[in-house]
Ligand binder design. Sequence first.
Ligand code: KG4
Ligand code: ZN
Length: 340
Amino acid sequence: MQDQKINILAIESSCDDTAAAVLCNGKILSNIVATQAIHQQYGGVVPELASRAHQQNIVPVIHQALAMANIDKKDVSAIAFTRGPGLMGSLLVGTSFAKSLSMGLNIPLIEVNHMQAHILAHFIEEDDFEKPEFPFLAMTISGGHTQIVKVSDYFAMEVIGETIDDAVGEAFDKSAKILGLPYPGGPLIDKYAQEGDPIAFKFPRPKVDGLNFSFSGFKTSVLYFVQRESKKDPEFVEKNLKDICASIQYSIIGILIDKLKKAVKETGINQVAIAGGVSANSGIRQALKNAEKTWGWKCYVPKFEYTTDNAAMIGIAGYHKYLKKDFADFSVTAQSRYKF
Ligand code: KG4
Ligand code: ZN
């Protein structure tokens, strides 16, 4: 098996990014993402428009991924695709395409859970990158999810805490929308926060039992705060944007770190990885560096290109399933709520 070249063509279409990647023995040969700009004007992802855009993008994106990898279709060993969780209309595009391609090329089909793939992005083969050792804790923080997962092996994962309402990415994006920032606002909050005072304003921390999270009240507290202050001074947001962003970010990171601390204490595992779109945030990255120094944790932060949705992470998950010969049959269907 070792001398054999295993080329995985991976497809990701769970939300608003159409992505394809080719990996050879876990190393990336190409990683293409077509981001759908159309949603910006609506302030959020419009599912119907997302699936239409996936239909338009999927063929050129796959062509580009194969061309950049310099791989011919006949040299692809298996097709990996995102089965879920995600938007049904979006998932159906990738799922149907992957099934047809696998049937047409007569090669194995591999279904991948998007959230597991975010975590497995840490195992992409790269020379300058240290991989976590099992067991470790993974905090998946994205636009659709907020989970703490105990990872005992590639596919032995247990969710030990999760949000009971909004995801942390939504808390960022909805707060940004309240401040009049365009979608997705998370990266912009991060950008302004870097020049602001994190303790200029205080937002309440939600009280949720155990290792679960809640962010819906947080967004409401930002809304009431902005409405109240803007009544006193209509230019309040404009004048204080950097401080507001820094304070929002500081509060959100505080909520995440509190729960991680609790998870480390309860499990006795102090190897911590983050994954998902929000793991690009400079505040959480810094907080983990501090945790290494202060509490002796060993932390793993993904490279920026593997934080937001991409197909390389689907490819690495697919590669490890390929090694186990864990293949799907053609009856496999997309699952918008796909738990593991
Ligand atoms: O993983 P992802 O690309 O898609 C989902 O599966 O949801 O995550 C997207 C989320 C968005 O909410 C976006 O605002 C957030 O990740 N995000 C950030 C940053 N970069 C992306 N949030 C805060 N700071 C960032 N730098
Ligand atoms: Zn994602």
